[in-house]
Design a protein around this ligand. Structure first.
Ligand SMILES: Nc1ncnc2c1ncn2[C@@H]1O[C@H](COP(=O)(O)OP(=O)(O)OP(=O)(O)O)[C@@H](O)[C@H]1O
Length: 258
């Protein structure tokens, strides 16, 4: 097992955003967390990426206690994430945004010419090679030197995922990877997520409201409601679970499985 949450609880004042959550994600899975707005999904990702510390419970990654790690050490341990609202440097080029993903602290050393040693330059060249591989994979090479702010939102979201995988993570956390995308972009991103798992061996843990995407590409789904996991299983198991239908999927049943 790659990632394990045991009895994780997160409270904000009087509000319990995540309540006694157990979750296990095996290596090589595309694992989706779904649930209505405010169910606690983003809070879970924020705990795994160590932006938040749970009030109680344990989180382990590759068998190691993740909660003893500081936020800036999480990337080095093999966990990377994308954001619900794309968090890119809009005035920087696509290429430079990818390079920042290698390590946030490389931003200044990579991009300013001052104080560059021969070793720095070699590192930068190696990093650029990886960045171009990703651009090739995403079919975005032609945008490499364009400023991010000039590109459509769908492409910005892909660049955000590119930034997240340049560090070659074992686990990629995706927060609504197709939110705001049109049907064509959604289809492209679904293929991309599957390829990241199949060709790069990256385990995916994603939050997504787009039920057709979730049902099409997930190996396993956990359903959250008011901070609690109310169901978990394969696509078919979740689709047929009366609790899920009642609490969440009922109103969108017609979308499910299409
Ligand atoms: N930093 C915070 N301070 C206070 N309350 C918070 C904080 N972060 C989240 N919450 C609250 O915790 C609950 C769970 O929020 P969370 O963002 O995890 O839900 P979500 O399932 O991701 O929702 P959405 O689908 O709308 O993104 C909500 O009631 C939210 O208002």
């Amino acid at each position: 097992m790659l990632l394990e949450l045991k009895k994780v609880t997160v409270s904000f004042g009087g509000l319990t955003a995540v309540n006694n959550l157990d979750l296990q994600v095996d290596e090589g899975m595309i694992f989706a967390i779904i649930g209505p707005n405010g169910a606690g999904k983003t809070t879970i990702l924020n705990c795994i990426s160590r932006f938040y510390t749970p009030c109680s419970g344990q989180i382990s990654f590759k068998g190691e206690n993740l909660l003893t790690k500081k936020t800036h050490k999480v990337l080095a341990s093999g966990i990377s994430r994308s954001f619900q609202n794309v968090e890119l440097f809009s005035k920087m080029t696509v290429l430079d945004n990818l390079l920042v993903g290698l390590h946030p602290s490389l931003k200044s050393s990579l991009l300013s010419n001052a104080f560059k040693t021969k070793k720095n330059k070699q590192e930068e060249e190696a990093a650029k090679e990886i960045a171009f591989e990703i651009l090739e994979l995403f079919d975005l090479k032609h945008h490499a030197n364009e400023e991010v702010r000039n590109l459509p939102f769908g492409i910005q979201k892909m660049i955000d995922i590119g930034r997240a995988i340049i560090s070659k993570p074992k686990l990629l956390l995706l927060d609504e990877p197709v939110a705001g995308m049109n049907i064509e972009e959604t289809k492209k991103n679904a293929e991309l997520i599957t390829r990241l798992r199949d060709e790069f061996g990256i385990t995916i843990l994603m939050i997504e409201h787009d039920m057709s995407l979730v049902m099409n590409i997930s190996d396993r789904i956990a359903v959250m409601d008011f901070g609690k996991k109310i169901a978990e299983g394969t696509v078919t198991e979740v689709q047929n679970n009366p609790k899920v239908i009642e609490a969440y999927l009922g109103e969108v049943q017609e979308d499910v499985g299409t």
